[in-house]
Design a protein around this ligand. Sequence first.
Ligand SMILES: Nc1ncnc2c1ncn2[C@@H]1O[C@H](COP(=O)(O)OP(=O)(O)O)[C@@H](O)[C@H]1O
Ligand SMILES: O=P(O)(O)OC[C@H](O)CO
Length: 534
Amino acid sequence: MESKESLSGPFVGAIDAGTTSVRFIVFEAGTDNIICYHQIEVPSIYPKEGWCEQDPIFIVNTVNECIAVACKKFTDLGGSIKDIVTIGITNQRESSVVWDRTTGLPLANAIIWLDNRTSTTVEELLETIPNSARGAKINYLRPLCGLPLSPYFSAVKLRWLRDNVTSIRKAMDNGQAMFGTIDTWLMYNLTGGKNSGVHKTDVTNASRTMLMNIETLEWDHNLLKFFGLPKSILPEICSSSEYFGTLADGVLQGTSITADLGDQQAALVGQQCFSKGQAKATYGTGCFLLYNTGTSIVNSNGLLTTVGYQLGRKATPHYALEGSVSIAGAAFNWLRDNMGIIQNTAQIEAMANSVSNDGKPLDVYFVPAFNGLYAPYWNQDARGVICGLSEETTSEHIVRATLESICFQVRDILDAMHKDCKIPLSKLMVDGGMTVNNLFLQIQSDLVGIEVVRANISETTALGAAMAAYKAVDQRYSIESSLSNTAAREPIKPLINGTERNLRYQKWKMAIDRSLNWDTSTLPQGERESFDGA
Ligand SMILES: Nc1ncnc2c1ncn2[C@@H]1O[C@H](COP(=O)(O)OP(=O)(O)O)[C@@H](O)[C@H]1O
Ligand SMILES: O=P(O)(O)OC[C@H](O)CO
């Protein structure tokens, strides 16, 4: 926190609407210096097994409260609100809200990216693709949007809402429905909702819907047709750094919104991975590794092709390859809330460390595939398994195996990058809530065999949004050279040898085999019967 006398502007605000919590952070403009922030947890709602929702109104109210409290802290420190020159938005991606154009109110809870209710919808959509093997069908839309067919993406969730919620189907048919990912929903509400709210998104968020063409960066007629969705529900696609609208109410009334990026792309910007070949991994609820491929669109079977950022309407878009892991820190929430194995996240490091030097190889492997496996497997029927239990296994072994599971999944992604794209990575920039855990970063470096470099601040996601927002309002600001030199950070180096690393990884692959295709309930009837009889 700054002392009162050192507060001189300009400042930039950033809303970070993550899966687990939302926050509002005030940065000194053009730097990574955090002046103040406020953060509130967002509860998820689990109406049925595999479903995950959040209340869209709660998200808006929470964001408004974070803005109000952080701004109060800011003025208490001696800051002047008029010196907050602009704000940016960054958000959990893919999560989808549909609302009514007249009332401005949601027609259902937000379906969160983690939600797996649409497994059957995916199976039904796969059935509509003619004459090819399952793997080819899953990748059928990749040439258009860069993504495999999976419950993860917005279009599948929208199709489910259309098929299962009568009011949404009607609203879609009569032009009353508006759709948005969380950025769009927030921006609509912050700029006046049903009275004057703007209906916009940016290229990074749009690239996660499965409805945007990855080359033209426009909504794609063929994709809309495939999913049976009307174009009238869609927001305008903008760049990630430009004027979006103005806050209609509250303490920041009149302040402009000049950035919008999906949270993983915002972290790419916040980590200053602006050059082709640079990569970062963000470890929060999930884990997401983005590799900057420059202006080229690179295809890979296991990874996602996505827009990295487009910093200005006339700027050239930069692309990224992404490896997504759905369950990272969320596995610890499960150990805490469902298993009672830990009471809080502060215990994790000591517990995991207590079983590292007991003279025996750790032989417990945990695949936390609660809602299927994302990259590079894209197996929506995978489920969690814990292998290698013995009478001697303790809670500590499970905690350590949980940390290792996230590291092994990053190895899966790096291997896919090597295999598909011949990309050798020698260094990985890391950030996110889990990176406070030093042991975790050492294990990550050990299990992938490359250097790991922690970000200067843990709030790189919000920082990326603030940087993009400031770029839009100050022509003199050079986003590439604005922050301290990342090369000065001490890297964490691998401490185990390649033989041990590969032996451990082989065991991990055995555990993966046991988790794949576990849930047979979404398979078509005929295949289910033959599976049951096998
Ligand atoms: N010391 C720790 N060790 C391992 N995981 C941790 C630790 N502290 C927090 N986490 C995990 O980090 C996640 C929160 O990170 P954060 O970046 O705030 O998430 P998000 O952006 O998804 O809301 C939680 O799932 C939590 O379990
Ligand atoms: O909430 P996070 O930070 O885990 O990010 C969620 C991702 O954007 C989902 O794609």
